[in-house]
Design a protein around this ligand. Structure first.
Ligand code: GLY
Ligand code: MN
Ligand code: MN
Length: 448
């Protein structure tokens, strides 16, 4: 057992309190968290990579045991039934160390019918006051439980997940640290003239991760490909490397990092990247407890419009550019999102807690976080500027087209775009920048 098991113990103690509270609020005696099953491929006998139910994963890193369940009853030690079938086709991994700490009652069960029977027995004892949380397919046996993924319970549990425990923050910090190792290797590969495929390989090799172990497919975009926000092709073609936008992270015990850096050796575009770093750092500085994230998103638009002016891309004042929608042509996505077991983590829309407030729509429809920040929140700050063909074409037909220096746009278009993305943990009186902290520790150029 390593030192951090005390953090894990505290984490489980916190989860038990939270679940007791949630069960009481929802008038339940118990909840069953089902890991789920890998998805089969149409007309094939293969399966897609298994992604476990994050509500179960929060109790410990059970990433490789489909068919398992955790039974949580108010006031009792939760019971984890780990499905360990006899299988001569696949290696069944051992139960992870965390579960040997004794915070959960753990049983390895080789027969799926025994797991179903155990759940049925509990369901019978709870006489309807039991819920099932997990993915359901026509093949799913919910073992007599008919409250499946109830909205009220999910809302309470999602809300709890927005405040990370110390063990969760340790994992997120470690995920940032490993992700930054990958980013430094990717930067070297870019400078060495690597293709997109080779750059992602450098990233994954430095992180020691398979594709399936990454929290999301790496976005590795050279040159004009950076204008596609979630570019996924991983080109093998070797071309002059004008710029690289890499958005890639690592996961530790299921907790993700989500980091973007943009690089270029071109003096002019390099200066724009540096200016974006400064803008992004200012936004990070403003991410404090009590700050409304929607307002930070609007502040980002004004700052980006100011930068577009400084770069000679627009010819009007920042306020006018935002008013005319031009900042959204160059920065069409949200400023960021919560981060945790899911890259776009749950509970991020204020509406869940504030009846009467509205979900983002219209010009803010891609904003994934609208809450007032509080200690324990972990989130991203990821402003950008992109030269997106379709959005620029839309703008050309509008009166606001006169506010753009199109020759300047054409000059920068081959570089695709810039995004700088850090992961922040909000503390009681400020925040910890998990990403820049890792760059400071690992990057000998200190160019974070
Ligand atoms: N990597 C996806 C995102 O930044 O939200
Ligand atoms: Mn992100
Ligand atoms: Mn990202």
């Amino acid at each position: 057992m390593t030192d951090d098991h005390s953090r894990y113990r505290d984490h489980v103690a916190t989860l038990r309190q939270r679940y007791d509270n949630a069960l009481e609020q929802c008038r339940l005696d118990a909840v069953v968290l089902a890991a789920g099953q890998p998805h089969g491929i149409f007309l094939d006998d293969q399966h897609l990579p298994f992604k476990p139910n994050p509500h179960l994963l929060q109790w410990g890193p059970l990433r490789e045991h489909p068919g398992s369940v955790l039974i949580v009853r108010a006031g009792e030690v939760p019971r984890l039934l780990v499905y360990t079938p006899t299988d001569f086709w696949h290696e069944i991994p051992p139960v992870p160390d965390e579960f040997a700490v004794g915070e959960l009652q753990v049983e390895a069960v080789s027969n799926a019918g025994d797991i179903a029977a155990a759940v049925r027995q509990i369901a019978g004892q709870c006489a309807g006051a039991i819920a099932f949380i997990g993915e359901t397919t026509p093949a799913t046996d919910t073992c007599g439980i008919n409250r499946i993924n109830p909205d009220d319970l999910l809302a309470v549990l999602n809300e709890f997940r927005t405040v990370k425990t110390d063990w969760e923050i340790d994992n997120l910090r470690a995920a940032s640290h490993m992700g930054v190792k990958g980013h430094l290797a990717a930067r070297e590969a870019f400078r060495g003239g690597g293709t997109e495929y080779e750059i992602q390989l450098a990233f994954r090799t430095a992180c020691n991760a398979t594709d399936d172990e990454m929290p999301y497919p790496a976005i590795v975009a050279l040159n004009e490909h950076a204008a596609t926000l979630h570019y996924q092709r991983l080109d093998r073609e070797r071309r002059p490397n004008l710029s690289l936008l890499i958005d890639a992270g690592h996961a530790v015990n299921g907790y993700a990092s989500d980091i973007t850096r943009t690089h270029s050796d071109d003096a002019e575009f390099g200066a724009l990247i540096e200016a974006m770093h400064e803008l992004q750092r200012d936004l990070c500085t403003a991410a404090l407890p009590g700050v409304n994230y929607r307002e930070l998103h609007h502040a980002a638009h004004l700052a980006i419009a100011a930068l577009l002016g400084e770069a000679g891309l627009i010819t009007v004042a920042p306020e006018d550019a935002v008013e005319a929608g031009i900042s959204r042509t160059f920065f069409p996505h949200g400023l960021g999102h919560f981060l945790g077991l899911q890259v776009h983590d749950v509970g991020a829309l204020y509406t869940r807690r504030e009846p009467g407030s509205t979900v983002p729509e219209g010009e803010d429809k891609y904003l994934r976080l609208t809450r007032t920040l509080e200690a324990g929140n972990v989130l991203t700050i990821e402003p950008g500027i992109y030269f997106i063909e379709s959005l620029l074409n839309d703008l050309r037909g509008k009166p606001a087209a006169g506010m753009i220096d199109w020759a300047r746009v054409d000059a920068l278009r081959p570089f695709g775009g810039i995004r700088i993305e850090d992961n922040l943990c909000i503390t009681g009186d400020g925040h910890e920048n998990l990403t820049r902290r890792a760059f400071s520790a690992l990057d000998t150029e200190m160019s974070a």
